[in-house]
Design a protein around this ligand. Structure first.
Ligand code: PGA
Length: 249
């Protein structure tokens, strides 16, 4: 009932030459695959406009990696959700742990950004996840529950919000939680969403796993009942690897 979403986050990687990977991906993302799994790519902001134009007709959704909470104004270096939408983006990642860490973004900031995205008609991919210290202290579930509660806009629907569970210690490290741990956190997130947004939204909302997803581990992770796709960093940069993860979904 929930169509999986495999989303690629290029982070601060990619130049015009990387658009060729997007072209290869578009060629391989067949009608059969499109019917079964949604695909999004979030290139760096410099490439969004041209990537979105190139993706027309391929079924690939182009997304941003972050947005400002305001529509416009004196915020040097920032981009608004309105600008992303204007450039052809249909979605935006908010609250990625690298934003939370590098830019000291709080749950309230993330919620404001997600609200700005929804106001522009963009899908908000809201990221949450515990640090290694928090997991070792047995606090993974409570930390993630608190982040979900405070970062997801009130009254949001399952069509406009996607949650991405990304343990901070698993991002870019090659480490992943056990399958049982992923299942446990995803089930907890679904419970929190049911309390916050209602049972129907909770049953429909997609919850992605992210953190060192690779062609080799994608199948096992994506087979879990409450895992509705993946948010992929490193392995999304090469179309061939990313496609294997899409096929696993
Ligand atoms: P990774 O990144 O796949 O390179 O671990 C995931 C992410 O940060 O979204």
């Amino acid at each position: 009932m929930r169509k999986p979403l495999v989303a690629g986050n290029w982070k601060m990687n990619g130049t015009k030459a990387s658009l060729n990977e997007l072209k290869l991906l578009g060629d391989a993302y067949s009608a059969g695959l499109r019917a079964k799994v949604d695909v999004m790519v979030a290139p760096p902001a410099t490439l969004i406009f041209v990537a979105a134009a190139g993706a027309v007709g391929t079924g690939i959704i182009i997304g941003g990696q972050d947005c400002h909470a305001k529509v416009s104004g004196a915020h040097t270096g920032d981009l608004s959700a309105a600008m992303l939408f204007d450039s052809g983006a249909k979605a935006v990642i908010v609250g990625h742990s690298e934003r939370r860490t590098d830019h000291a973004e709080t749950d309230a900031d993330v919620k404001a950004k997600a609200e700005a995205a929804l106001a522009q008609g963009l899908t908000a991919i809201v990221c949450v996840g515990e640090t290694r210290a928090q997991r070792e202290a047995g606090k993974a579930l409570s930390v993630v529950a608190k982040q979900v509660k405070a970062s997801v806009p009130d009254g949001a629907s399952a069509d406009e919000v996607v949650i991405a569970y990304e343990p901070v210690w698993a991002i870019g490290t090659g480490l992943t939680p056990t399958i049982a741990d992923i299942a446990e956190v995803h089930a907890e997130i679904r419970k929190v969403i049911a309390r916050k947004l209602g049972k129907e939204a909770s049953a429909k909302m997609r919850i992605l796993y992210g953190g060192s997803v690779k062609p080799e581990n994608a199948k096992e992770i994506l087979a879990l009942e409450d895992v509705d796709g993946a948010l992929v960093g490193g392995a999304s940069l090469k179309a061939a690897d990313f496609l294997k993860i899409i096929e696993a979904a």
